[in-house]
Design a protein around this ligand. Sequence first.
Ligand SMILES: Nc1ncnc2c1ncn2[C@@H]1O[C@H](COP(=O)(O)OP(=O)(O)O)[C@@H](O)[C@H]1O
Ligand SMILES: [Mg+2]
Length: 322
Amino acid sequence: MTSLRRSFTFFGGKGGTGKTTCSAAYAVKLADDGFDTLLVSTDPAHSLSDIVGTGLDNTIRPIRERLWGIEIDAAEESKRYIGEIQDKMLAIVSPAIVEEIKRQMEIAYTSPGAEEAATFDKFVELMDMVKGADGAKGGRTFDSIVFDTAPTGHTLRLLSLPEILGAWIDSLIAKRRKTLELFGMVGKFEEDMKKRATDDPVIDTLTRRQKQFEKSREYLTGDMSAFFFVLNAEKMPIMETARAVEMLEKFGITVGGVVVNRVIPPDAGEFFAERLKDQEGYLADIERRFGGKNIVRLPLLRSDVRGMEQVEEIAAILGKLE
Ligand SMILES: Nc1ncnc2c1ncn2[C@@H]1O[C@H](COP(=O)(O)OP(=O)(O)O)[C@@H](O)[C@H]1O
Ligand SMILES: [Mg+2]
């Protein structure tokens, strides 16, 4: 089997299935294998710090040898993102509408989607740091990034943003061009407007954003990325995962495989006998539905995952994902 080790590895699935555990374990494995690895949480309900035992926040912090971590703070990113747009706008508008721009930006900051857009921006900024990605010009680089993502719906929306917003930005650019052309026809502004049509700050900003989306699509849909779903051997999670796999593949994102977590061991005792029988059926269903992909089973542990020792145990099992 060809190696599934990619520059970008994503772990997704329902809340509580074990995404954070798996991404931390997989990142530990990559670091132990000698790769400089960045572990990124895009889940607003961050819990990486608890598992890796290091306080993480919105800046890249060292966790251990060859391993770093960051928890993206959507609210903070959103504030910064809107602030940057505001600065650009204020630089190009007349003083008379400064207050209006500020008011609009206030609305933009609290509008739905602002945090996602900002999270996405940060997300691409981090992806640029991988060796071979084109943004890492002289800055800090990593061999690999592992993403601990938010529950499925949120993540699917995030990953589909480039496609959806890409088309929207296209239409904005076209509109802006049209406006500039109209101005150009008035005659006396002609020279000035012709210059602006080739050198317009709004088109410039939109085009830059468009390029960033295109780049992120290249990262996500090429050989650089693989997405893994974490699920439990139960009816609803299997169906939800099947739907999510289909959607990601429609977006052109490689689904590397599934991690079946909390698999009850056969010697679990009389109390689990009935559940074991159900589980057998669900495991067979998982094999049937996702048989073409890597399937890794993680046993139900005696306790919650506490500390690096258990993370390393899981890391050894997740090595089979490759
Ligand atoms: N195989 C397992 N056995 C026992 N507990 C587990 C196992 N996998 C995860 N857990 C525990 O389940 C809880 C949820 O796991 P977590 O990785 O945070 O899920 P998610 O990130 O998907 O919400 C954590 O307390 C974790 O320690
Ligand atoms: Mg989590």
